[in-house]
Design a protein around this ligand. Sequence first.
Ligand code: FAD
Length: 401
Amino acid sequence: MREYNVDVLIFGGGIAGLFCLDKLVRDCYNAYLIEKSALGNGQTVCSQGIIHGGMKYVTAYLAGTAAGFSKHLREMPAQWHEMLSGKRKPDLSSAKVYSQNCLFWTLNQGGMLADAKALIATAGLNSLTELLKGDSIPEVLKHARRVYAINETVVDCLSLLEVIANEHQHKIGTCTKTEFINDTSSGQVSVTRAVLDEKICIKPQLIVFAAGEGNEYLARAVGVQNPVLKRLPLHQAYLVSNKLPLLYGHQIAGDTTGKEGPQITITTHLRNGVRAWNIGGKPAEQGVNQSASELEENMRKILNTSFPDLRSVFDSARFGSFKIDRAEMWTPDKSRITNPVVRQIGKNVFVVYPTKFAFAPLLADWLFEAVKSVKPATKDFVEGLIPACIGKNPWHFTKKS
Ligand SMILES: Cc1cc2nc3c(=O)[nH]c(=O)nc-3n(C[C@H](O)[C@H](O)[C@H](O)COP(=O)(O)OP(=O)(O)OC[C@H]3O[C@@H](n4cnc5c(N)ncnc54)[C@H](O)[C@@H]3O)c2cc1C
């Protein structure tokens, strides 16, 4: 069996693992990434791609459904803007940006509460927020009571994975079965070898688990018994039709009938000639125990009341849904984590979670800070890795409408 010494071996090729790989390689570590199936094939392929600056958390906080938001989140849109315009590493200027802004809107008699929420949210943010008027309001929201634009960019998550993976293609491989060989003589787990598909043996200085919900299995596999994973389930909906208008944003609350309605988040995704709305928010959180048909019934009702002019488009669109857990670091209580997490769980083993897609660059910086006392010390080039492909969005698993 071939044996290689490397500085860092990362498991999991979603947005977290790829940003960590990029950062460590740029900082001269001989780092490699191992993916189990396809890159991003967990939460990242399902993500709505909003580079949150905190808007969502302010409204959720006001609605009593979230613990607040981190001050770090406010800094993320500006950092991403620099990466997306090629002024900061990683250079993401060739990634696909769907929209420079995210909208948030309230509906006709959606209640003063909804407007008040929107205004307070605006006041709570550093990001630039603009009340749209006249022609600047997109056709699809002409019926809204108030429409705001906030500088939260919306990106095609898969194209980000493509850009970073292309840059580091010789550092990424797939492997379906890894055997870890540990040394526990110091009282702490230390991984001495990772054997990939019984073919390649890697001797890493450090191991990083960035595998989303896969972190639970990996931590157990190296002998860590403490919990490392909290799952936050969602039942997300999607609509597929090339007649759907482009829309990126949050409907705060209140429906056209004047009742307090659910907060929904809609993003439009374009790939391989397919246009899809990815629909989340409160109905996705509350629908985790619903069947696909129950969720469809509820979502169609919400969409028909929120966008009365689009009923015929919705009727002819293909509806689908998918259940997905958001993976976060385990906490002993119900409190929500509002920052990325880098946690050392063994002598040379780290587990990481971005918590939000938008935090991936900050996560990579924090990982670097956590490991930098271990100096780059190896130069082996790992041969024979099987290349990894990019995952697919859930609406691409069924046939085109
Ligand atoms: C529906 C939805 C919408 C979201 N929208 C947003 C948004 O708009 N903005 C935002 O900031 N955040 C959003 N998020 C959160 C964001 O998507 C996640 O925080 C982020 O994608 C997590 O990335 P990750 O790399 O940690 O995990 P994942 O994307 O889950 O990647 C984990 C990777 O590890 C691999 N893996 C698993 N087990 C193993 C193993 N044993 N060995 C090797 N590899 C393994 C998987 O195949 C996968 O490729 C959303 C999440 C969901 C579910």
